[in-house]
Design a protein around this ligand. Structure first.
Ligand SMILES: Cc1ncc(COP(=O)(O)O)c(C=O)c1O
Length: 398
């Protein structure tokens, strides 16, 4: 039966989506959703134009490592494309357990659970543990995946100033109730490149009896012994209750993990909806992550090159008086301060063959509109020459 169309009964959601001003703006400026038709090492091609990739999270450059490629191909041959099921049901395979055991051993914790996306892992690390009535105290600048986890948990939330233990202490000082408290931070902040002052946060977590969750998506593979991450960097692994992270950065795959004591991981496996009702990470993704983890330990030269490149690039930006928000890691923003300046700087880099990513408020705090760049072990001398030229051009044209 066909119902008559009434002008009064407008489909409001349809109208909202059709007329969305943000979509219009993104289409007008064309800064997101670029598609590369080819990729070789640190170079990508758009519309036939070769560019230096200066925005990848492939920190160690393992995405094209022969051992990683070979492992992915072998997994596809052996296991097919997907496990087509949740881990709890029909989706668990021996390679999942092997990867989890290796990862837990590498991180120095008892156990680990892997998901098909870092976003899922980080969301489940919060939503799995936090409950209505709990208090989550969270750094203002954490990633969207953690904010999604907070929303799903129905816990109360208080924010403290970014990387500021004194402000955290103050926020907690107003809390007189004896509710369970969860402290939520990142090890390395992806936009700012800042490292969390973990020893101070651990001290506060201990005196205030907070359960400490740390998302180390950008510290894993970058900091610590052989890239064991931020907790290892500070020698404080046993003081973090739950670690979560992603395979789509230094491990050059797709997926993520939640790690901690055996009890914590079993709890997540039993209580987290994202863990229970989502299909297992695919054979290829798991195999590539596992191979990259092996390479990280067998070939420390990638991490060494990453840091040498990072120091070189950081100096290049400082020599030009650019504001890097005091980044301490390979994730290095160029803070321009307004969305117009960020756009023209980004565009100038783009025109000169350097691909970066623009991030504007509310994605970053007001006044911190920026161009996010990140360094990889793959970047070569020739790349840096091209980057230098592009920066000089952008400085004249933004
Ligand atoms: C800090 C942080 N946590 C979690 C994620 C989610 O990871 P994935 O992209 O693997 O889903 C990201 C990805 O950008 C991130 O930067």
């Amino acid at each position: 039966m066909v119902f008559p169309v009434s002008r009064k009964n407008k489909n409001i959601v349809l109208e909202r989506a059709k007329g969305d001003p943000l979509v219009r703006m993104q289409e007008k400026y064309n800064v997101y959703y670029h598609s590369f038709e080819r990729q070789v090492g640190s170079r990508v091609w758009i519309d036939g134009k070769e560019m230096v990739m200066l925005a990848s999270n492939d920190y160690l450059g393992l995405g094209a490592h022969p051992k990683v490629i070979e492992a992915g191909k072998k997994a596809l041959d052996e296991w097919g494309s997907s496990t087509t099921g949740a881990r709890l049901a029909n989706g668990t395979r021996s390679f999942h357990l092997r990867l989890e055991e290796k990862l837990a051993g590498f991180l120095g914790v008892e156990a680990c659970h892997v998901h098909s996306a870092g976003y899922l892992s980080c969301m489940s690390a919060i939503a799995g543990f936090a409950q209505r009535g709990d208090l989550i105290v969270v750094d203002k600048n954490v990633h969207s995946s953690l904010l999604s986890g907070i929303s799903l948990s129905n816990a109360r939330v208080e924010r403290f100033l970014h990387n500021n233990p004194a402000d955290l202490r103050e926020v907690l000082s107003y809390e007189k109730s004896k509710v369970p408290k969860i402290l939520l931070i990142e090890g390395v902040y992806s936009m700012e490149g800042h490292i969390a002052p973990l020893p101070e946060f651990v001290k506060i977590a201990q005196t205030e009896s907070c359960f400490l969750i740390m998302d180390d998506a950008h510290g894993f593979g970058v900091l610590g012994d052989n890239g064991r991450g931020t907790a290892n960097h500070f020698g404080m692994t046993e003081h973090v209750d739950v670690l979560c992270g992603s395979f789509s950065k230094a491990l050059s795959s797709t997926g993520g993990f939640v790690a901690g004591s055996r009890d914590m991981v079993q709890y997540i496996r039993t209580h987290s909806k994202q863990t229970i009702f989502s299909a297992a990470i695919s054979p290829v993704q798991a195999a590539c992550a596992e191979a990259a983890l092996d390479v990280m330990q067998d070939e420390p030269e990638h991490l060494e090159r990453l840091w040498a490149n990072t120091h070189r690039y950081n100096q290049m930006l400082k020599d030009r008086g650019l504001d890097t928000w005091n980044s301490e890691t390979p994730a290095i923003p160029i803070v321009l301060g307004t969305k117009e300046k960020a756009y023209y700087f980004w565009k100038a880099l783009y025109d000169k063959g350097v691909f970066s990513v623009i991030s504007i408020a509310p994605g970053v705090p007001p006044g911190k509109d920026l161009v996010r760049t990140s360094i990889s072990a793959l970047h070569t001398k020739a790349d840096f020459l091209k980057i230098e030229e592009a920066l000089d051009y952008a400085l004249k044209h933004y």
